[in-house]
Design a protein around this ligand. Structure first.
Ligand code: NOJ
Length: 566
């Protein structure tokens, strides 16, 4: 058997630079701020830092709209600041992975400026340009070349008045999609990636990478029920040439650079069958992917902003299925949170009475699955959703576009706000709560987004010296993965799949067995699990006492226990 890759026992920590730590008092997080706080990450014990985009950008989507891939945005610092951060990360034995956003650029990228300058510009074909639909004049209602809806509301096409054609943008109109059919585009992206690897970075998290291959025929999609818009996903999601493009990228960028790098593809709508292909090592595409099934289970009939309560049985069925599907071939990424998801303790836990227990129970359940766990900044402190009073408090382009469109279509503003408060991405983007001071230690100035008022008690400083804290629980989970090969490599078996409150599973590796049992509810429960586990087998728990009798384990509200027998 070949040795398991290093990332099977690694934990990744995501930094969203704008909201992590500010070093110059302008109220926006920056590279200097991250460097200054690296000991927080070292103390937590993570292996890899994934840095959300710091490239030059007009910041229409907080950096996911890039105008120069080989420059650092002045708001975050300079390339020298970047090199210093990289060196300091490496000095602490950690790795640094960059965000790679190449499904689209900013409309202010010089490539797009050239492309839009005339219909016969040599870079015209670097993006998706199409004339108005047959029988329509440019700008007429319904003239968009396809009926596709953008992820950020409204049509996925915008008319460029100067040349009279439309360009495709699956996201905001300031994020035109690159045309990966054009080999020059692919070569330019590969060269840019090599440049960062030569600089010393340790890999890439690839933004919506399963959207880069579109069906060039650009067919209309089935109606979405929102005006005349249609769902284009079948024509660009995991499209016809995606595997070819990723294999080519692997050859052109990663081959010959050794096994120390990490590649993870963000893939909305990816199925487990597809994920297995993407992550089968023999196919040389990606190490792992982010799938979205488990974070879509609470979306209601009206979509993401119409949430419904999570059914625990659905969650177990979903995550359990992914465990089985990628057991022999491929690899899972494990996450509750990132900069696009509301805070898990508010979403699936209890951010009131059982805040600490529910944050640690959810962490326990996630981290001991087979796969590579990702911790999003502040998650290790149990940070919660923010109390947004009105739409004026929100910043995210997705939320603002949705609000505008929904209200224009006749929705009740307060009802739209309810959805945004529960599910909006801004929940993940309030500044990290370092201490109890006025701006939570995030900045000496005025933070670009208000700090959550609960920072007076919910902050890193308050948790460092508290062995029961959410921070120390995460630290111990990470340590378990580092210490026990059964966590990284053991087989997975879901227990009690039909129990609506208890999440339990067993991991086994040769003679070692690990049992995770967690009560994800606010009432006491009894779990019956095979094997006579006793409190002496306990290696981690988030409550003080553990009661076992024969095969019964009594679980206090949100109690989570980890038993190990070698
Ligand atoms: C996924 C990123 O995570 C999200 O933040 C961004 O808005 C879209 N891709 C577009 O880049």
């Amino acid at each position: 058997m070949t040795e398991a890759p290093w990332w099977t026992s690694a934990v990744v920590y995501q930094v969203y630079p704008r909201s992590f730590a500010d070093s110059d008092g302008d109220g926006i997080g920056d590279l200097g701020g991250i460097t200054a706080r690296l000991d927080h990450l070292a103390r937590l014990g993570v292996d890899v830092v994934w840095l959300s985009p710091v490239y030059a950008s007009p910041q229409a989507d907080n950096g996911y709209d890039i105008s120069d891939y080989q420059a650092v945005d002045p708001v975050f610092g300079t390339l020298e600041d970047f090199d210093r951060l990289l060196a300091e990360v490496h000095a602490r034995g950690m790795k640094l992975v960059m965000d790679l956003v190449v499904n689209h650029t900013s409309d202010e990228h010089p490539w797009f400026a050239e492309s839009r300058s005339s219909r016969d510009n040599p870079k015209r074909d670097w993006y998706w340009w199409r004339p108005a639909r047959d029988g329509f004049g440019p700008g007429e209602p319904g003239a968009e070349p396809t009926n596709w809806e953008s992820f950020f509301s409204g049509p996925a096409w915008t008319l460029d008045e100067a040349t009279g054609e439309y360009y495709l943008h699956l996201f905001d109109r300031k994020q035109p999609d690159l045309n990966w059919e054009n080999p020059e585009v692919r070569q330019a992206v590969h060269a840019m990636m090599r440049w960062w690897l030569d600089r010393g970075v340790d890999g890439f998290r690839m933004d919506v990478i399963n959207l880069i291959s579109k069906d060039p025929a650009l067919p209309d999609g089935a109606p979405t029920g929102r005006g005349a818009l249609g769902d284009g996903f079948p024509h660009y999601g995991t499209g016809p040439r995606i595997h070819e493009f990723l294999q080519e990228m692997h050859r052109e960028v990663f081959e010959g650079r050794g096994g120390g790098l990490l590649t993870v593809g963000e893939m909305p709508g990816v199925t487990w069958e597809q994920a297995r292909l993407f992550t089968d090592p023999a196919r040389r595409e990606l190490d792992m992917v982010f799938q979205f099934e488990h974070v879509s289970l609470d979306h209601g009939p009206g979509g993401k902003f119409d949430p419904k309560p999570l059914g625990l049985r659905d969650l177990k069925a979903s995550l359990g299925h992914w465990q089985t599907a990628l057991a022999d071939t491929g690899w899972n990424s494990l996450y509750w949170n990132n900069h696009d998801q509301p805070r898990v303790v508010s979403r699936f836990g209890d951010d009131g009475e059982h805040w600490r227990e529910s944050a640690t129970a959810l962490a326990t359940v996630l981290h001991l699955h087979r796969g590579t766990p990702y911790v999003y900044q502040g998650e290790e402190l149990g940070m919660t959703n923010a109390p947004f009073a009105s739409i004026e408090d929100m910043h995210d382009v997705e939320s603002l576009n949705h609000y505008r469109q929904a209200v224009a279509a006749g929705a009740e503003p307060e009802a739209v706000l309810r959805g945004l408060r529960a599910m909006g991405r801004d929940n993940a983007r309030t500044p990290v709560q370092w201490d109890a001071s006025h701006a939570a230690g995030f900045t000496t100035g005025t933070p670009w987004m208000p700090v959550n008022p609960n920072h007076t008690w919910l902050n890193a400083q308050a948790q460092y010296d508290d062995p029961e804290s959410v921070f120390h629980h995460y630290r111990q989970l990470i340590e378990l993965r580092h210490t026990h090969p059964v966590v990284a490599l053991g087989d997975f078996r879901m227990l009690l799949p039909d129990d609506p409150h208890v999440y339990a599973y067993q991991r086994t590796l040769e003679g070692t067995r690990l049992l995770v049992v967690a009560n994800l509810s606010g009432q006491e429960r009894i779990a019956t699990v095979e094997g006579d586990w006793s409190p002496t087998d306990l290696v981690l728990s988030n409550v003080e006492s553990v009661h076992t009798k024969d095969d019964h384990i009594t679980l206090q509200p949100w109690a989570a226990h980890v038993f190990l027998r070698q």
